[in-house]
Design a protein around this ligand. Structure first.
Ligand SMILES: Nc1nc2c([nH]c(=O)n2[C@H]2C[C@H](O)[C@@H](COP(=O)(O)OP(=O)(O)OP(=O)(O)O)O2)c(=O)[nH]1
Length: 149
């Protein structure tokens, strides 16, 4: 029997949902296999928690910020983007409504990256994130970032 994919949720934090120019990436500090690679901050949905509650909780814990969510960066699955044989990730655009992002837990560095052709190469992304990074850039160009999850 197939094991269901674990649900991960994350955000592409941008400076502005209407006219985005930059996106916040976070460098993981664990586990060893992923340490040093960059990602969309987020994490696992806990049992009984909704996907959007989980993303707000994770960002409070990891970066110390409150968010307003914009449009979802929809992937090929209802569960979003398949990351590996165990997990899939839903990702939303978001803006910070409160707090200054800090690498409090799970990361050792944060960086605001330009939303242009350099995005995919600006940092070393987790390889599974490559199609999501491309989708972010494409959607930011056509301006589909606002809207409710
Ligand atoms: N948050 C996040 N996880 C990603 C991305 N790309 C990717 O393959 N992953 C993988 C790495 C992990 O195996 C899994 C997410 O788990 P996690 O370790 O961040 O979740 P968590 O914060 O709830 O975990 P924990 O350390 O508190 O146990 O998804 C990404 O862009 N963002």
């Amino acid at each position: 029997m197939n094991t269901p994919l674990k649900q991960i949720v994350a955000v592409a934090i941008v400076d502005d949902l209407t006219s985005p120019t930059r996106m916040l990436a976070a460098r993981r500090n664990r586990p060893e296999a992923l340490a040093g690679l960059w990602e969309f901050p987020g994490g696992k949905v806990e049992p009984g928690e909704s996907d959007t509650s989980a993303v707000h909780r994770e960002l409070r814990e990891e970066l110390g910020v409150e968010l307003s969510l914009g449009a979802e960066i929809t992937g090929p699955l209802a569960q979003g983007w398949q990351l590996n044989d165990k997990a899939a990730m839903r990702v939303w655009f978001a803006v910070i409504t409160q707090g200054e992002p800090q690498p409090l837990d799970g990361h050792d560095q944060l960086a605001w990256l330009d939303l242009d052709d350099s995005l995919g190469e600006a940092v070393e992304w987790i390889p599974a994130d490559a199609p999501i990074v491309r989708a972010c850039l494409n959607l930011s160009r056509i301006g589909h970032l606002a809207g409710h999850p």
